[in-house]
Design a protein around this ligand. Structure first.
Ligand code: ATP
Ligand code: MG
Length: 267
């Protein structure tokens, strides 16, 4: 009898302990879920803020580019016309060492530099004619400077969101600058397509000298470069994926996957 009572008591104690452990576990799980939700909300908020900062930066670049082009650029062009008229009145620029002809030359290079700076800040073609035209323009310029062949293929049926267009253009700008600086490529392919799940896939592939990808990203963590790392950060801000495939001697493939709609998560 005594033994039986002891056993009953043990069962009660163990049930009581199990119950409180279960309660505690449930409370901990609840707490954990709440913390995860807060973390997720904080992360979303941070991404939204970072995207807003980026948007403001792009607006500022757009404004500066237009001011450079329409302000200083126009004035320099007017100055060049006057100098041209003066030079013609004096018999032309047969002798390039005269001060007037030198002034004309300086004026010419100032116009070129102003235009180049304005395009670098934000090419008007992106706002006026859209992403496809801007990619073609960028690729053509890059190929001319780099002496390689470039193939551009854009197959997106509908209009592309403004922020996503800017994002893809900025990635292309940095990637093609990298091809010029590092790849010594003969052939480059720039391809933008819409997948069946509506996500945009952007590829830039070169057949240049390639690189060890880990070493390339390590340069960024060592503070020696920013290009690849900032492309990756920007793409992630828009919920996208950024992949680089490369090996020494085997060219480079840069792949970006972005949602058409802001805030969608990667599949
Ligand atoms: N297309 C490419 N072909 C071969 N190597 C490349 C290519 N793109 C990048 N790399 C290598 O990866 C490294 C990191 O590239 P990243 O764009 O981050 O830096 P960077 O171009 O050297 O400097 P930054 O972009 O900051 O002016 C480069 O230094 C280069 O060694
Ligand atoms: Mg770079």
């Amino acid at each position: 009898m005594w033994q039986l009572r002891m056993n009953e008591a043990k069962v009660q104690v163990s049930q009581g302990t199990d119950g409180s452990v279960r309660d505690q576990l449930a409370r901990l799980r609840e707490q954990q879920e709440r913390l995860f939700a807060q973390l997720h909300a904080g992360e979303q908020h941070f991404k939204q803020l970072a995207r807003s900062v980026w948007r403001v930066q792009e607006d500022e670049r757009r404004r500066l580019a237009r001011e450079l082009h329409d302000g200083i650029g126009q004035q320099l062009t007017a100055l060049k016309h006057r100098l041209d008229a003066l030079a013609r009145a004096g018999g032309g620029c047969g002798d390039a060492s005269t001060p007037l002809c030198q002034a004309l030359e300086i004026c010419d290079s100032a116009i070129q530099e102003t235009r180049a700076l304005s395009r670098l800040l934000r090419p008007q073609i992106l706002d006026d004619l859209g992403l496809e035209a801007a990619l073609n323009w960028l690729a053509r310029h890059s190929a001319e400077s780099g002496g390689y062949e470039v193939e551009v293929d854009v197959a997106v049926p509908g209009p592309i969101d403004g922020d996503i267009s800017t994002l893809i253009f900025r990635v292309a700008q940095e990637a093609l600058t990298n091809v010029l600086k590092h790849a010594a490529a003969k052939h480059v392919v720039v391809r933008l397509a819409q997948r069946q799940d509506q996500w945009l896939q952007f590829l830039i592939v070169d057949d240049g000298r390639g690189v060890d990808v880990d070493a390339a990203f390590a340069k960024a963590s060592g503070g020696h470069s920013t290009g690849l790392a900032s492309m990756r950060e920007r793409v992630r801000l828009f919920g996208g994926r950024f992949t680089v495939v490369s090996r020494p001697g085997e060219g480079m493939q840069l792949r970006v996957l972005v949602p058409q709609l802001e805030g969608e998560a990667a599949p």
